[in-house]
Design a protein around this ligand. Structure first.
Ligand code: NAD
Length: 243
C-alpha cells in the first residue's frame, strides 16, 4: 500500500502542485486540508502530513501530529525566529523533515555556498539576492535565510552582521557585513544568487526554479523517507544523503 499523504494548505499554489505531483507519483492523497477544514479528522486519514500553508498554521499541525504520532514534512517559511525555536522543539517529538527549500539543486547550492565561504574567507564580500513572485508573503525567503545562516556559520558571525538592503548614506561596506536583498515581481517561482566579491574577481552561484513541481516532488520524497525515521528534526540534506 502506498503511504497516504495529508496536504496542509491544499488550496494554495504549492498545495495544488502537491496534489498533482502525488497523483503522478502514484501516492495516495489521504486528505487535502485548508483553512477552516477539520485538520484532526484529515490527519487521522493519513500516514504522514506535508505542510505548505502559513506560518501561523504550523503549531496546530505539530500538536495534532504529536497527539496522533504521525510524521510531518514542513515546507512553510516565514516563522518569526522566536516562534521557530519553539516549533522546532515540538517538531522534534515526531519524525519531521523541515526545509526552507525541497529542490535538489538548491540543496546542492547550500553545500557549494558552505564550501565557497570556507575557501574564500572574509576578503570576499558575501551578498545574497533573491527574487520571488509578487504574491509571496515573507522576506527574505526561507532559502535566502538558510544561505545566510551558512555564510554566518562559516564566517563565525551572528545575525547582527546582516544588512537587509541599503539606503541613503551608508558609508563604505564593512568586511564583516553580509548583505541580503529581496526582489518581488511577476510570477517568478524562485531565484537565488550568492555573490562573493573581492578586489579583482567575483564568484556568483545562482539557482533558478521555473516550476513548483521540483519543491513538491522533493517534499513527497521527504514524506516517504521520514516514515521510517525515529523522532527528530531532519532537513533535505539528510533525505538526499548530502551530509
Ligand atoms: P499560498 O498562499 O498559495 O497557499 C497557502 C495556503 O495555505 C492557502 O490555500 C491558505 O488558505 C492555506 N492556509 C492558510 N492558513 C491555513 C490554516 N490555518 N490551515 C490550513 N491551511 C491554511 O502559498 P504558497 O505559495 O503555496 O506557499 C505556501 C508556503 O510554502 C509559504 O510559506 C511558502 O514560502 C512556502 N514554500 C516553501 C517551499 C519549500 O521548498 N520549502 C517552496 C515553495 C513555497
Amino acid at each position: 500500500m502506498p503511504p497516504r499523504i495529508l496536504i496542509h494548505g491544499a488550496k494554495g499554489r504549492m498545495g495544488q502542485t502537491l496534489v498533482t505531483a502525488a497523483q503522478e507519483l502514484g501516492l495516495v492523497v489521504g486528505a487535502a486540508v485548508d483553512a477552516g477544514d477539520d485538520l484532526a479528522a484529515g490527519l487521522a486519514q493519513a500516514d504522514v502530513a506535508v505542510d505548505f500553508s502559513s506560518p501561523h498554521a504550523t503549531r496546530a499541525l505539530l500538536e495534532l501530529a504529536i497527539a496522533q504520532r504521525k510524521p510531518v514534512v514542513i515546507g512553510t517559511t516565514g516563522h518569526p525566529a522566536a516562534v521557530k525555536a519553539e516549533l522546532r522543539a515540538l517538531a522534534a517529538r515526531v519524525p519531521c523533515v523541515w526545509a526552507g527549500n525541497f529542490s535538489v539543486g538548491v540543496n546542492l547550492l547550500f553545500a557549494l555556498t558552505r564550501r565557497a565561504a570556507a575557501v574564500l574567507g572574509s576578503d570576499y564580500d558575501a551578498e545574497v539576492v533573491e527574487m520571488h513572485h509578487r504574491f509571496k508573503q515573507d522576506a527574505p525567503s526561507g532559502t535566502a535565510a538558510r544561505l545566510l545562516e551558512i555564510i554566518l556559520e562559516e564566517r563565525k558571525l551572528t545575525a547582527q552582521a546582516l544588512r537587509h538592503g541599503r539606503h541613503g548614506l551608508t558609508g563604505e561596506r564593512s568586511p564583516s557585513e553580509v548583505g541580503v536583498h529581496a526582489l518581488r515581481g511577476g510570477d517568478v517561482v524562485g531565484d537565488h544568487t550568492v555573490l562573493f566579491a573581492a578586489l579583482g574577481e567575483r564568484l556568483e552561484l545562482t539557482h533558478k526554479a521555473s516550476d513548483r513541481g521540483i519543491f513538491a516532488r522533493g517534499a513527497l520524497r521527504a514524506a516517504q523517507w521520514v516514515l521510517t525515521q525515529p523522532a527528530g528534526v531532519y532537513d533535505m540534506q539528510d533525505v538526499l544523503g548530502l551530509k
